[in-house]
Design a protein around this ligand. Structure first.
Ligand code: MG
Length: 204
C-alpha cells in the first residue's frame, strides 16, 4: 500500500501559502508508517514547532493500472474517505527555500491520519460537488468542495499512473482547500464528508 498526495490543488489554498499555480499536479508520497487509523491520537513531533493540519478527501484505488486514460480513470477508485495531510510547515519552508524534497516535512510518522470508513463512489450523486470540512475543537477551519479542485479525481489518476503503477489499496490525498493552520497538543480534530463525521482524533 502506498500513500500518494497532491499538493496545490485548490486555488485559494495556493494563494494563502503564496505558491505558484501548477500546470500539472504536484505529487509527493508518504510512507506506510505515516498512516494513522482507528482515530488513533497524533503525537506532536519534537522536530517541528509548526505542524499544520490539511484536511483532504482521500481516494482508494480498487484496481491495478498504469497509463490510465482519463475516460477509464473512474474504474480505478471505488471509495472516498477523509484524512489529514499533516505538514511540518517549518521544515517544508526550509526545504522549499533550498529547492530540496519535502519528505521529512510531509512523510514523518503519523502524518497521515485517515478515516476507517470510506464511502462508496456510487453513493455520491456528483463527484464534482462533494462537500467536506475539518474542525478543530468543534470550530470549522476548512470547508472544501470538489468543484474547486484544479485537477479532478480522474485527471489525478491519469497523471499519477503515467509514473507509478497504481495498486489495489493505494490511497491518494487529493489536496487541501484554504484554511490550513497550526495544531497544538490537546486539540481534537474532526473531519466530515458532507454531514457525516468520518474521522476524529486528538493531538497529544
Ligand atoms: Mg496537502
Amino acid at each position: 500500500m502506498r500513500i500518494f498526495a497532491i499538493g496545490r490543488n485548490y486555488a485559494e489554498h495556493i494563494k494563502e501559502l503564496n505558491n505558484e499555480r501548477p500546470d500539472e499536479p504536484v505529487i509527493f508520497t508518504k510512507p506506510d508508517t505515516a498512516l494513522l487509523r482507528n482515530n488513533a491520537p497524533f503525537y506532536y513531533p519534537d522536530f517541528s514547532k509548526d505542524v499544520h493540519y490539511e484536511g483532504e478527501l482521500v481516494l482508494r484505488i480498487c484496481k491495478e493500472g498504469k497509463n490510465i486514460e482519463e475516460k477509464f480513470a473512474h474504474k480505478y477508485y471505488d471509495a472516498i474517505g477523509i484524512g489529514v495531510d499533516f505538514t511540518a510547515r517549518d521544515l517544508q519552508q526550509k526545504a522549499k527555500d533550498k529547492g530540496l524534497p519535502w519528505d521529512i516535512a510531509k512523510g514523518f510518522n503519523g502524518s497521515a491520519p485517515i478515516s476507517d470508513k470510506f464511502i462508496p463512489v456510487s453513493a455520491f450523486g456528483d463527484l464534482k460537488n462533494i462537500n467536506f470540512s475539518l474542525q478543530v475543537d468543534g470550530e470549522t477551519k476548512q470547508q472544501g468542495n470538489t468543484s474547486l479542485m484544479l485537477f479532478s479525481f480522474d485527471y489525478i489518476i491519469l497523471y499519477l499512473s503515467r509514473f507509478f503503477t497504481l495498486k489495489t489499496g493505494d490511497l491518494i490525498f487529493t489536496g487541501t482547500p484554504k484554511g490550513v493552520g497550526p495544531v497544538k497538543v490537546g486539540n481534537v480534530l474532526s473531519a466530515y464528508v458532507e454531514q457525516e463525521k468520518l474521522l476524529e482524533f486528538e493531538v497529544r
